[in-house]
Design a binder for this molecule. Structure first.
Ligand SMILES: [Zn+2]
Length: 260
């Protein structure tokens, strides 16, 4: 699923449209079917957590969220759209030089640019934002000490940008059992700092790696590695549901009693 760095990368790919005037728009969602953005200039493209904000002249922002399966692809004018099947297209924005095609986007809406804070106000500090605030992230995480740490890390109101992959990898790297209550995690500042470093390291590339290797099959320690040997200790990696999500962990490197 898209994590903060994926969304950030997507915003950078949409930068290709900045400064260009839209020569056409085609919304394929009912609520925006009659909207025509022709003539508006793309002023900037930004990500906040997992939200994408495409700001247009006339002080309007096209908001989208990738959730698990959404994506934006930018193609040169005339280039074949080699993204996903056409029935997944939710919007097409065209300029003289390019076409931005949004597939399976969620929460697609047009808002006044001044309305962005209201749209995003619930988000915690953005791991990839210029204003990343680790102290505030730690404060928000610590505010609910009984919550399971894996769950707390995924909550975008605590800190914005962590998805399931980084959640699992962060907890492995810090040796924390995913069900540990937040109040028993002594290393919240380290965890926040590591999250920032991991996401930052993957900015600008589409392969997410927490191990330092970009080779297929070597990019994670525990995520996606059920029943495979731990890279550190050889114990078989476990996978289990935790709330509505899946958690991977090494029972040896992330023992249940740690932090008690
Ligand atoms: Zn291990």
């Amino acid at each position: 699923m898209p994590e903060g760095d994926t969304v950030w990368n997507t915003a950078r790919s949409l930068d290709r449209l900045v400064g260009q005037t839209l020569t056409g728009s085609d919304f394929r969602v009912p609520q925006l079917a009659t909207v025509d953005l022709t003539g508006r200039t793309v002023e900037s493209s930004a990500s906040r957590g997992k939200h994408l904000l495409l700001r247009l002249s006339g002080a309007v922002t096209l908001h989208s969220h990738l959730r698990m399966d959404g994506s934006w692809r930018v193609f040169a004018a005339g280039e074949r759209w080699s993204g996903k099947p056409a029935h997944l297209i939710r919007v097409v924005l065209k300029t003289d030089r390019a076409a931005a095609v949004g597939y399976h986007l969620h929460e697609l809406k047009l808002v006044p640019t001044t309305g962005e804070p209201a749209l995003l106000g619930h988000l915690g500090p953005d791991l990839l934002g210029d204003d990343w605030d680790p102290g505030e992230a730690v404060r928000r995480l610590a505010a609910d000490p009984d919550r399971e740490i894996a769950d707390a890390l995924l909550d975008q109101r605590n800190l914005a940008g962590i998805g399931n992959l980084y959640k699992a990898e962060l907890l492995f790297l810090q040796g924390i059992w995913p069900w540990t209550p937040v109040g028993r995690v002594a290393t919240l500042p380290k965890l926040a700092d590591l999250a920032h470093r991991l996401l930052t390291a993957n900015k600008g590339r589409w392969t997410q790696s927490t191990t330092g290797s970009l080779r297929r099959g070597e990019t994670t320690y525990v995520y996606g590695r059920r029943s495979m040997p731990c890279r550190r200790c050889g114990t078989l990696i476990r996978k289990q549901e935790q709330g509505e999500r899946i958690t991977y962990w090494c029972p040896t490197c992330q023992p249940e009693d740690l932090g008690r």
